[in-house]
Design a protein around this ligand. Structure first.
Ligand code: NOJ
Length: 668
């Protein structure tokens, strides 16, 4: 009787032509559009809720608990009844304002379970929604407002991910790492401890997965905790200083918990599931959001040649910034970042409306514009949120009045306002406020010390890039000697899955007078390759302009390489070992390749079968010179030109931590 009721209720709710894959009183299932991935949800003992995932009939996630613990109210953990199961589907192509592709296919089947906890009087209703794509799944909880459920506090999320074996993982620990600036650890799944997501997972049979979240809005970031002796990861949200996890008020849905499932590392990189689980663009006019290459009054600070604060070595002087604008204009760079323009870098008690006396903001903005260059502003907050929020509107208005469209924001400070973690709901709320305010002032953001990205750039394309990565600056001052060779060939498959990274590649001069034991642990050719590999629509050539003037040959690659793409493919990919990515320029026929290796020398074998089979191309190859090696011979770069077609395979020898950057242009 009950089963009959459920099935008829469901048929009424279904879109025409969509039939749920399975349905009974206490279970429901849905499969991906290609039929390979199947999610089942079932009621277990005590009427607890479980989901499981399989692919081609093989389990991927064993039955795993769903639910939440609530403060001062009964938990949303058991006593569930499935009132209704409805399905829906979508197949659409959308076009991001910028990205790794110009067209993204969003194709999923959805299962919505309306649940009630009938033992409560009146009964309480929530929903769990699954979306199943050909390349993975997403699910979230929904909390419709009702008599017994107004605002409430989540003290714990019980969501589990019970993997099927002791898989290999790559992750960052939550504790002991500031702002996600750490080295990814390769560990068996039961040893990850308390880790932030993305967690990248490889099974013994070579399946690649990534566990993360999408559309983090008014919630705490999802970290995970391993259970020693088991292969289950459990959600472990970043708490407020009170210990509470989330105050649910107006936003009545959680972020999507996401799992990419792919046959190999390269396919995992092409999943756009996280973006598809974010809302469409919320901005009506995006004409001012322009992906670009930039240089900056920046590396000289980290190399202790200039100072942020005023004084004899002040970096942000009108004269020095004009020199950078001239260099950018001459070399086809579109932006110049200026840090250290506003007082007070001695006390870190910042004004966002006053300039140091030797920095003329209106004149520089005017000068930059006259040269076709954008001046990229900087708001370091030191994590002092109250101070920033009090001045944010005026600070952004100042940039807007001067025709500027970019601001780099920074939050150096262990706790926001000395209390709350960056990835707490407090931090998430603040960062969202900044994105929305910036959009009103027509400003695009490069957010340093952020909460981990979750694909919000689909909705707010003015959120262009973020740090949240152990970037190049660690090669300037890290006491242990800079980022190791495997770091940059691990990042695309880990942090890179969360979204664009402001790693700031392309250092050409590895000398370091202040910390002589610390420098980029790469060859120069690999620095060029990273410009393509580490995706960011705002991509910095981070070195001082003198280093580029001394190396005009390799520098030409940076002057040519775009930062917005029509298409991306991965001819070679092995986490932590090597990666080759090929990207086709948006609105053009030219391809750019970045290829890099980790600690071992190797010969990249790059099949060019992604090229137009009917065309001839000229490849300009910037690769490691003979005997190049990151430790004792990092600088030699060979520049070669070769005619190629789609039938060719390029064999490119690379020294230890070496690489190659290649431009492949159609011959008219
Ligand atoms: C740390 C940022 O990552 C870096 O880019 C910036 O220069 C300093 N903070 C100062 O804001």
């Amino acid at each position: 009787m009950r089963l009959f009721f459920l099935i008829s209720a469901m048929l009424v709710a279904m879109a025409p032509g969509i039939v749920p894959d399975a349905m009974a009183a206490d279970m429901a299932a849905v499969t991906s559009p290609d039929g390979r991935i199947r999610v089942e949800v079932a009621i277990g003992d005590g009427r607890t809720l479980f989901y499981s995932v399989s692919r081609d009939g093989q389990p991927i996630i064993e039955p795993s608990r769903l639910g939440l613990e609530i403060k001062d109210l009964p938990d949303m953990a058991d006593g569930f009844t499935i009132d209704k199961a409805s399905t829906a589907s979508k197949a659409e192509t959308w076009h991001p304002v910028w990205g790794e592709e110009s067209a993204i296919y969003n194709n999923y089947r959805e299962l919505r379970l309306s649940l009630s906890q009938k033992k409560l009087a009146p009964e309480r209703k929530i929903a769990v929604v699954f979306r199943v794509f050909d390349d993975g799944i997403g699910f979230r909880y929904e909390f419709p407002r009702q008599a017994k459920l107004g605002d409430f506090t989540i003290t714990d999320e019980l969501t589990e991910f019970a993997f099927t074996g002791r898989h290999t993982t790559w992750s960052l620990p939550v504790e002991g790492i500031r702002f996600y600036e750490g080295l990814f650890r390769k560990l068996p799944i039961d040893s990850v401890g308390w880790a932030s997501t993305p967690v990248t997972i490889r099974t013994d049979s070579g399946l690649h997965m990534a566990l993360h979240e999408a559309n983090l809005t008014d919630y705490a970031a999802m970290n995970v905790k391993a259970t020693p002796g088991s292969n289950t990861l459990r959600a472990a949200l970043t708490p407020w200083s009170t210990g509470d996890k989330v105050y649910v008020t107006d936003v009545r849905v959680t972020p999507w918990r996401t799992l990419i499932i792919a046959d190999n590392a390269g396919d995992m990189m092409l999943s756009r599931l996280m973006l598809n689980l974010n809302e469409p663009c919320a901005l009506t006019d995006t004409s001012w959001i322009k992906p670009q290459r930039y240089i900056g009054v920046w590396w000289a600070y980290h190399m202790k040649k200039n100072t942020w604060e005023d004084g004899p070595a002040h970096g942000a002087t009108t004269e020095n910034v004009k020199r950078h604008i001239d260099f950018a204009a001459c070399n086809n760079f579109n932006g110049v970042l200026v840090e250290g323009w506003n007082p007070d870098w001695r006390t870190w008690d910042f004004s966002y409306t006053q300039s140091y006396p030797d920095f003329d903001l209106p004149e520089l903005a005017r000068y930059a514009k006259s040269k076709g260059v954008s001046l990229i502003g900087h708001h370091e907050t030191g994590g002092r949120i109250r101070n920033y929020e009090e001045q944010m509107e005026q600070g952004m208005a100042l940039y807007e009045q001067n025709g500027m469209h970019f601001v780099k924001t920074g939050y150096v400070g262990d706790l926001l306002d000395d209390r709350e973690r960056h990835s707490s709901q407090f931090g998430v709320r603040h960062y969202r406020k900044v994105i929305e305010a910036a959009a009103r002032h027509r400003l695009a953001i490069d957010n340093h010390e952020p909460v981990i990205p979750t694909g919000l750039q689909r909705t707010f394309p003015n959120l262009m890039t973020q740090e949240g990565v152990r970037g190049q600056e660690w090669n300037a001052w890290c006491p242990e000697g800079g980022n190791p060779p495997e770091h940059t060939v691990t990042l695309p498959f880990t942090r890179g899955l969360a979204g664009p990274m402001d790693y700031t590649p392309a250092i050409f001069d590895f000398r370091n007078e202040t910390f002589p034991q610390t420098r980029p642990n790469t060859t120069l050719a690999k620095q060029l390759a990273l410009f393509v590999i580490l995706y960011s629509p705002l991509q910095m050539a981070a070195d001082m302009i003198e280093s580029y003037q001394e190396n005009p040959g390799p520098f030409q690659f940076l002057c040519d390489c775009p930062t917005d793409w029509d298409k991306t493919v991965y001819p070679e990919a092995e986490i932590g070992e090597y990666v080759t990515v090929a990207r086709k320029q948006k609105d053009g026929d030219t391809w750019y390749i970045g290829s890099a290796t980790g600690a071992s020398a190797r010969c990249a074998e790059i099949k060019l079968d992604f090229l137009d089979p009917d065309a001839r191309y000229m490849a300009t190859i910037y690769r490691d010179g003979p005997d190049a090696d990151y430790l004792d011979n990092p600088y030699p770069v060979l520049i070669e030109r070769r005619e190629v077609t789609a039938d060719n395979t390029l064999a490119i020898p690379q020294g230890r931590s070496g690489g190659a950057a290649i431009k492949i242009a159609k011959i008219a």
